[in-house]
Design a protein around this ligand. Structure first.
Ligand SMILES: Cc1ncc(COP(=O)(O)O)c(C=O)c1O
Length: 429
């Protein structure tokens, strides 16, 4: 068959330029990472050709016996990695995993409670612009102004007042451990189900450098492409399966259905059609990598690097939400530096440093401007950078921010950044 370069030179060129951009940029977007070539080989392989609606052994299409093996391996490895009884590896994304959980545990109009998007939550945790805030009644909890951590007095108060059916813990810009145990107490006190969305720290959880939600939460969702360093996608897990308490029975036997069965049906046919078998197989490769001892070292380095970065920012007078990090993320309030998040993102982009503007708790600016930036260490750690390099990166960020209108300063920084990146190739060839 003709390869991409011959078949479509225009897009081959786009691909080549993206590869170059990734190699020559310092990637600090906390939700991004670089997969191994083995994962990309699987994700770009022949399983993209296969339709396999259903689950292993119960497909609506023939010829699924080989892809069944891939999905079974993915499920088994995921269960081993997180010590859980149930795993669904089909969600195309983290958002679709969350949607399938809501479809299982909730009826339209039921109340959900999650961390406010503007305080570090995620769109799918009840934002009015997302299905989660449109199909369900959504109430939010927040970060405490003093501590920069979840305000559990408020969590308790809001839960008692609104009696949510589902409480969601976890978020997109929360630098601290997710407090599963404390959420569990609140959920129990109001009879709510507890879901944790560990999209961000799941790689750290898998490696044992972040507490595990499995014994506290009824259901757990994650993406596979952030700290877990797999292909883009989502998963759903349960530490322990249980019988549903909302009257769903199997049609023939009349037996009460297990929640695992309902979750499976919510993913397919509820939310999705045919699974992406190439991605499921690539997830299996990623879970295999995460089960190796080297992944524990990687995850510990991710956290150590984030702490080193945090220390350097503090020494340079930056204001870190919650004063630091337990994870791979730092949330930085730039209010005392006279620059907003959008401008910082733009000028740092010119200096070859990719990160995102981010609202900080109690932000007075809009989500399009913001007062802060979010930085993360998963991608740079994958490149083999350590604590000294993190301090160097912070120095460059600071140099760009303190002289942000000076184009020649930004150009000079870019040259230094590019030369530095060449010493840490992502894909050696
Ligand atoms: C906490 C959290 N949940 C869910 C998602 C959604 O994942 P996806 O972008 O794969 O839909 C994200 C993505 O950033 C996230 O941070």
């Amino acid at each position: 068959m003709i390869n991409l370069e011959e078949k479509d030179p225009e897009l081959f060129d786009v691909l080549k330029r993206e590869a170059k951009r990734e190699e020559l940029t310092l990637e600090l977007i906390a939700s991004e990472n670089f997969t191994s070539k083995a994962i990309m080989e699987m994700a770009g392989g022949v399983m993209t050709n296969k339709y396999a609606e259903g689950y292993p052994g119960k497909r609506y299409y023939g010829g699924c016996e080989v892809v069944d093996e891939a999905e079974n391996i993915a499920r088994d490895r995921l269960k081993k990695l997180f010590g859980c009884e149930y795993a669904n590896v089909q969600p195309h994304s983290g958002s679709q995993a969350n949607m399938a959980v809501f479809m299982t545990f909730l009826k339209t109009g039921d109340t959900i409670m999650g961390l406010d998007l503007a305080h570090g939550g995620h769109l799918t945790h009840g934002s009015p612009v997302n299905f989660s805030g449109q199909l369900y009644k959504s109430v939010s909890y927040h970060i405490s102004k003093e501590e920069g951590r979840v305000d559990f007095d408020e969590v308790s108060k809001v839960a008692k007042e609104h009696k949510p059916k589902l409480i969601i813990c976890g978020g997109s810009a929360y630098p601290r451990y997710i407090e599963f145990e404390m959420f569990k107490e609140v959920a129990e006190s109001v009879g709510a189900y507890l879901m944790s969305d560990i999209a961000h720290p799941s790689g750290l959880v898998a490696a044992g450098v972040h507490p595990s939600p499995m014994e506290y939460c009824d259901v757990v969702t994650s993406t596979t492409h952030k700290t877990l360093r797999g292909p883009r996608g989502g998963v759903i897990m349960m530490g322990k399966d249980f019988e549903n308490k909302w009257g769903k029975v199997a049609p023939k036997s009349g037996r009460t259905k297990m929640v695992s069965e309902l979750l499976d049906s919510s993913v397919m046919p509820g939310v999705q059609g045919g699974p992406l078998m190439h991605i499921i197989a690539a997830k299996a490769v990623a879970f295999g990598e995460a089960l190796e001892p080297e992944f524990k070292t990687y995850a510990q380095n991710v956290v150590d690097n984030a702490k080193a970065m945090g220390d350097e920012f503090l020494e340079l007078g930056y204001d870190l939400v919650s004063g630091g990090t337990d994870t791979h993320v730092l949330l930085i309030d730039l209010s005392n530096k006279g620059i907003n998040g959008r401008h910082a993102e733009n000028i740092l982009g010119k200096a070859g440093i990719a990160l995102n503007k981010n609202m900080v708790p109690f932000d007075t600016r809009s989500p399009f401007v913001t007062s802060g930036i979010r930085v993360g260490t998963p991608a740079l750690t994958t490149r083999g950078m350590g604590k000294a390099e993190m301090r160097q990166v912070v120095q460059w960020i600071n140099k760009a921010i303190v002289d942000s209108e000076n184009e020649s300063n930004l150009n000079r920084l870019r040259s230094e950044v590019e030369a530095f990146c060449l010493d840490y190739p992502i894909y050696k060839d």
